[in-house]
Design a protein around this ligand. Structure first.
Ligand code: GLU
Length: 473
């Protein structure tokens, strides 16, 4: 029997790309250009802690310049390597293309274990990293716009903005140099929850498709479906809480580094999130049984398995244990290319990362637009819409002679706040992208899975841009 060789993360992404690229009609040269990373900046910079210096290894990689600026998060993790950041940058290109966000893909990585540094030390590292990016022209609202990723959040983005602004004090659009900022510092409402909310919209949409559900023996609809989530970071927490609160899904398992909380009757997600916040771990949580095995989370029988942590967590060594009907990739690259082959053979549906976790960059795009327009969404039209709606309700009351209750009047006349508009824009984006991908999957005979369909859809869009530039006629 042929021995299966596990590709690393970058090889996995490239194998998936090649598989899909072979199903397109684009010229080889064009596909090669789309495939490769355009600019790679590897840096080593010193940071002084007390009277000691530490040399930090870091990266910013721009995968594709077919659109500007390039866009993608910055990761703080001790596993950062050039190939990891290359893979993540490539995924950003295809992610942005899929959800029609007009950016090229990029990613940054700082090779540190963020948990081992104090807040002051993290601030020093972040600011120095930003200076390196400024020096080499790797950041700017029209050049390359970072955002949060694993190990970073709005706090780090605020430091990046502050550092950038110090050097670009006359640049009117400077605040658009980074997204995922705190709302009070030119951020946007709804960015923090965006990736998890997008994951929820994507899963909900798949579960609405009667033919797909019939094929895997599920009834349509997310309500009551069992879900297991790996990772209770930003993406995992919001996926769990929104799926439960808005979709009525049953969260039966949540895994963290110290074990999996399992409760077949459903976990109280909010309680577990607060427990983890105060204790730094999930073990000891009274609302479920603790499973200690490394792969226990993926062996739980459930409808939807959501890996929401790091890459390559489902590989050929453990893929056989999966008992779920759907794998929803909230993380980037959680399933290796070889594991995917095994899982697809078992009839499992995989919703791919580059589609499913695109909610983060989608709302980053809204934030960037807000920054460039120097105005909050809803400021111009909220009252106008409320007054128009009120006139309509008043007219209906007058014509029918019936009174609309105060509560209903409020509901019917409400204009959109920033958060309402962001959520509705995100929902629209995730649903459109889902149906674009599904259309490719259903139309193309040789395409049987969502990842290949998503890649084809994204490659076609990027190729279209290059052809419009006249570079590849
Ligand atoms: N780091 C996120 C991702 O992987 C967000 C990127 C962004 O908002 O630019 O998609």
């Amino acid at each position: 029997m042929k021995k299966l060789v596990e590709p690393n993360f970058y090889e996995s992404v490239m194998q998936n790309f090649d598989k899909a690229a072979a199903l397109t009609n684009h010229a080889k040269g064009l596909l090669d250009q789309i495939r490769e990373c355009n600019s790679i900046y590897q840096m080593n910079f010193p940071v002084k802690f007390g009277n000691q210096y530490e040399v930090i290894e870091a990266y910013r990689i721009q995968h594709s310049h077919h659109r500007a600026p390039t866009k993608g998060g910055i990761r703080f993790s001790e596993h950062v390597s050039q190939e990891e950041v290359m893979a993540l940058a490539a995924l950003m290109t295809f992610k942005c293309a899929l959800v029609d966000v007009p950016f090229g893909g990029a990613k940054g990585g700082v090779k540190i274990n963020h948990k081992k540094y104090s807040v002051d030390q993290l601030e020093k590292i972040t600011r120095r990293y930003t200076v390196e990016l400024i020096r080499k022209g790797f950041i700017g609202p029209s050049v390359d716009v970072p955002a949060p990723d694993y190990g970073t959040g709005s706090r780090e983005m605020a430091w990046i903005l502050d550092t950038y602004r110090t050097f670009a004090k006359d640049e009117i659009d400077a605040v658009g140099c980074v997204t995922g900022k705190p709302v009070a510092q030119n951020g946007i409402r709804g960015r923090t929850e965006a990736t998890g909310r997008g994951v929820y919209y994507g899963i909900r949409e798949l579960l609405k498709q009667e033919d797909e559900m019939k094929a895997i023996g599920l009834t349509p609809g997310i309500a009551g479906k069992t879900m297991v989530i790996q990772g209770l970071g930003n993406v995992g927490s919001y996926t769990a809480s929104i799926s439960k609160e808005e979709g009525d899904a049953k969260i039966i398992g949540i895994a963290e580094y110290d074990g999996t909380i399992y409760n077949p009757d459903g976990i109280n997600v909010q309680k577990l999130i607060s427990y983890k916040k105060s204790n730094g771990k999930v073990s000891g949580f009274p609302g479920g049984k603790l499973l200690k095995g490394k792969d226990d989370w993926l062996s739980i029988k459930c409808d939807i398995l959501v890996p929401a942590a790091l890459e390559s967590t489902i590989h050929i060594g453990n893929a056989k244990k999966v008992k779920a009907k759907i794998i929803a990739e909230a993380a980037n690259g959680p399933v290796t290319a070889k594991a995917e082959e095994l899982l697809l053979k078992k009839g499992i549906i995989i919703l791919p990362d580059m589609y499913l976790n695109a909610g983060g960059v989608t709302v980053s795009y809204f934030e960037w637009l807000k920054n460039l327009s120097h105005m909050r969404f809803g400021r111009m039209d909220k009252r106008f819409n409320e007054n128009t709606n009120l006139n309509l309700v008043n007219l209906v009351e007058k014509m029918t002679g019936k009174k609309v209750s105060k509560a209903n009047k409020k509901l019917l006349t409400k204009g959109g706040d920033e958060i309402d508009l962001v959520r509705s824009g995100l929902e629209e984006t995730m649903l459109n992208a889902f149906h674009n991908i599904r259309e490719v999957k259903n139309r193309r005979k040789k395409v049987n899975d969502y990842r290949a369909a998503a890649f084809i859809n994204a490659i076609d869009k990027v190729a279209g841009d290059y052809m419009m530039m006249g570079i590849f006629p």
